[in-house]
Design a protein around this ligand. Structure first.
Ligand code: ZN
Length: 253
């Protein structure tokens, strides 16, 4: 299976998956045009659209793609998105015949309350829940909800390739370095990302193992984060996570 991040809008990625027989699906088409272009260039047939959450920069292209290509649209159980043909919830299984692919659905509330992620084919489509070296803002959920969601994602196999909804990695790296200045894995990942971005390449996908080593939001139980948290007056892992998320919200790096 080929995995291609299509840059869209300001800093979104629409994820294109296709096999060697020209069968394709896309995840989170915030606009239709980059998808149509990629399908034409690669001579692919669109067979399915997957959505992670209701925000327009992830779903705005889905209705046009559904109409034009007569494809099913999978997504969360959320009335705010009216183009979903098959709503999915926690632990649902999604089996597609073309491209042949199997995904498990995880409910990952936090960024939004109905946010879902798709796990399968060695890939994780996590929308705006987990970013490389960061995580999504808490627009609807609580810190406890988001932490539980990130815990579930962090427990996936280390070689899982994480496909996030935005190219935020370099900005996230600056904040992560403030929190954990001595983390060598973080420094190595930051150098790698700087080189990729300088060459105009996406910083994604990234392995979950790399994220567990460098992403402060997945390192809430590490000695460094416990120390950082105690300086902020955080007494347990949820308040530590909440302090970390709000420090990131305030950070101007
Ligand atoms: Zn979002």
């Amino acid at each position: 299976m080929h995995v291609v991040p299509l840059p869209a809008l300001a800093d979104n990625y629409i994820w294109l998956l296709h096999d060697d027989h020209g069968q394709a699906l896309v995840v989170d088409p915030g606009e239709a045009a980059p998808v149509e272009r990629a399908l034409a260039e690669r001579q692919l047939r669109l067979r399915a659209v997957l959505l992670t959450h209701h925000h327009p920069d992830h779903v705005a292209g889905a209705a046009a793609l559904r109409t034009r290509h007569a494809v099913p649209v999978y997504g969360p159980q959320d009335q705010r998105v009216d183009c979903i043909s098959t709503p999915l919830g926690d632990c649902d299984e999604l089996s597609l015949e073309a491209p042949q692919a199997h995904f498990r659905v995880l409910a990952v509330p936090g960024h939004t309350l109905t946010h879902i992620a798709y796990v399968g084919e060695g890939l994780l489509f996590c929308g705006d829940t987990l970013f490389s070296l960061g995580c999504g803002r808490l627009f609807e959920g609580t810190p406890a909800q988001m932490l539980a969601s990130l815990d579930r994602l962090a427990a996936l196999p280390g070689d899982t390739r994480v496909c996030c909804g935005h190219e935020y990695t370099l900005a996230n790296a600056r904040f992560a370095a403030e929190v954990e200045p001595a983390n060598e894995a973080l420094q190595a990942r930051t150098r790698e990302v700087a080189a990729l971005r300088a060459a105009g390449e996406p910083s994604l996908p990234v392995t979950l193992a790399s994220e567990r080593a460098g992403n402060p939001f997945l390192r809430i139980d590490s000695r460094a984060l416990i120390e950082w948290g105690s300086q902020q007056g955080a007494t347990d892992r949820v308040t530590r996570f909440a302090a970390l998320r709000s420090a990131k919200d305030r950070f101007r790096g």
